[in-house]
Design a protein around this ligand. Structure first.
Ligand code: HPA
Length: 273
């Protein structure tokens, strides 16, 4: 794949054959957080498999479709199921859906994910506002010929996660009495979980949470000028912190337990950011 800007245009044509809906806000639902889809007043759905050139996700629990509709009267496009680097796609393909949502009209991107807690003071079930990220362990999605139509060759990344939105999320969380932490998200390429030694290294580097997505998407979104924010659902303590192995089932179960506060927070965010 990796068909450059022409590939994006072909995919947009395929989507526009199914819907002319113009979203303001784009939302990516992380592992186990897909239940949010029930809060959308759905106007159209486009299966990833119906979009020409779209990388189709293979992980159990990751359904693949764009949902178009309204959340609290705000027009949104929601990715139910994302594409991961560990599935074997090129980074350019991994971020294709993010670029498409921007090209469809979205101005703001809300990224969510399930992540392991690297910070010893945080615990499973905590929600964390992403303040900044470490993407140095995965390839940049901007590698290769620059798509001038989207953005510049050397985009600034000094403020990836919009500070005003971060403040707003904190304010909303307080009102909803949902406790939120703040921290740095590190993207690991996976699919294997990290070793305890790697987690100690990442803690030393300043990471608070670790996952296998998000940072590359945030870079692609900033490249094209979208406002970006992110929330991690900390589903487990990262490897080696507790005396127990990591299990994908646990990740999904914990995400499911915090579903109500997570969904309330995200829908209020959509209304107010
Ligand atoms: N590591 C990487 N990715 C994850 C984790 C983790 O501990 N938990 C959920 N996604």
């Amino acid at each position: 794949m990796a068909q450059g800007y022409k590939g994006l245009e072909a995919a947009i044509t395929a989507i526009r054959e199914k819907t002319d809906f113009v979203p303001e806000t784009a939302l990516v639902l992380g592992s186990g957080l897909g239940g949010f889809a029930e809060r959308i007043d759905v106007k159209a759905e486009v299966e990833y498999t119906d979009i020409e050139g779209f990388p189709v996700s293979t992980v159990a629990g990751h359904e693949g479709k764009f949902i178009f509709g309204y959340v609290k009267k705000v027009p949104v496009v929601v990715m139910k199921g994302r594409v991961h680097y560990y599935e074997g796609y090129e980074m350019e393909d991994v971020v294709m859906p993010i670029r498409l949502m921007g090209m469809l009209g979205a101005k703001t991107l809300i990224l969510t994910n399930a992540a392991g807690s690297v910070n010893l003071d945080y615990k499973p079930g905590d929600l964390m506002i992403i303040e900044d990220q470490i993407s140095a362990f995965v390839q940049s999605p901007l590698r290769g010929r620059n798509m001038e139509e989207l953005g510049t060759r050397f985009p600034d990344m000094s403020c990836i996660y919009d500070k005003e939105i971060q403040d707003k999320i904190e304010e909303i969380a307080k009102e909803l009495k949902v406790s939120v932490k703040k921290g740095i998200y590190l993207q690991w390429q996976g699919p294997n979980y990290e070793s305890p030694a790697e987690i100690r290294m990442f803690r030393g580097l300043g990471a608070d949470a670790i996952g296998m997505s998000t940072a590359c998407e945030a870079i692609a979104a900033r490249h094209m000028g979208l406002r970006v924010c992110g929330i991690s659902c900390l589903t487990n303590m990262a490897a080696g912190i507790l005396d127990q192995p990591l299990d994908h089932k646990e990740v999904q179960e914990v995400a499911n337990q915090v579903k109500d506060s997570f969904e309330a927070l995200v829908s209020e965010m959509i209304a107010r950011i």
